[in-house]
Ligand binder design. Structure first.
Ligand code: GAR
Length: 205
């Protein structure tokens, strides 16, 4: 069975939905560690409650390069068996750009959730970007991580219709509900080896 490592920075609601789905739906993957770059991330307590090991590598004040920081993450992943051969790394609200070296080492083994229909509205505050632009539909995307910003092959997307009276808060809430549905689904597809990447396309069998 594959080993799963989840990287978070805050609330951890996507992490929670993945961990709970693994228990309920029997996704064939073993959640072995949750790592946060922030010591006070709320998600750490949730992970502990759900019986998953937690680790913190504080990024604030870290003196080295991005790759030196990521090497510390890899050390921990490796310690728990989340390897290039049998690991999956889920970024779940992990608010750091990861280095090209990390991406290369874990090629097609790092996935991320983004609160917009990529390639629209990458980066931060995607729900606000969508409202400011005036699109009628937005949503969320689970994708492989490559060395660009929110540019890797897309695994699953879900559409959310924007209402005339939506605020950033109301829209974010409806998108988050979809995030909690599609992220565990993507982990399940990966764990069951149903995703094949060909150029930019993640083909689901
Ligand atoms: C989620 O909405 C996720 O899509 C977003 O941060 C939130 C984390 O919430 N990620 C990004 O914007 C990445 N660019 P969570 O900690 O409750 O899962």
């Amino acid at each position: 069975m594959l080993n799963l490592g989840i990287l978070i920075s805050g609330r951890g609601s996507n992490m929670e939905s993945i961990l709970k789905s693994i228990k309920k739906k029997k996704i064939p993957i073993k959640p072995v560690v949750v790592i946060s770059n922030k010591p006070n991330a709320k998600g750490l307590k949730i992970a502990e409650k759900l019986g998953v090991n937690v680790e913190v590598i504080e990024s604030k004040g870290f003196k080295g390069s991005r790759w030196q920081y990521d090497k510390k993450i890899i050390e921990i992943l490796t310690k728990y068996g989340v390897t290039q051969k049998n690991g999956l790394v889920c970024l779940a609200g992990f608010m750091r750009i990861i280095s090209p070296e990390f991406v290369k080492k874990y090629k097609n083994r790092i996935i991320n959730i983004h609160p917009a229909l990529l390639p629209a509205f990458p980066g931060l505050d995607s729900q606000k970007q969508a409202l400011d632009y005036g699109v009628k539909y937005s949503g969320c995307t689970v994708h492989f991580v490559d060395s660009g910003m929110d540019t890797g092959a897309i695994i699953i997307q879900s559409i959310v219709k924007i209402k005339e009276n939506d605020t950033e808060e109301t829209l974010s809430k409806r998108i988050l509900k979809e995030e909690h549905r599609i992220y565990p689904e993507a982990v399940n597809l990966f764990a069951r080896k149903k995703i094949n990447v060909s150029k930019r396309r993640a083909i689901i069998s």
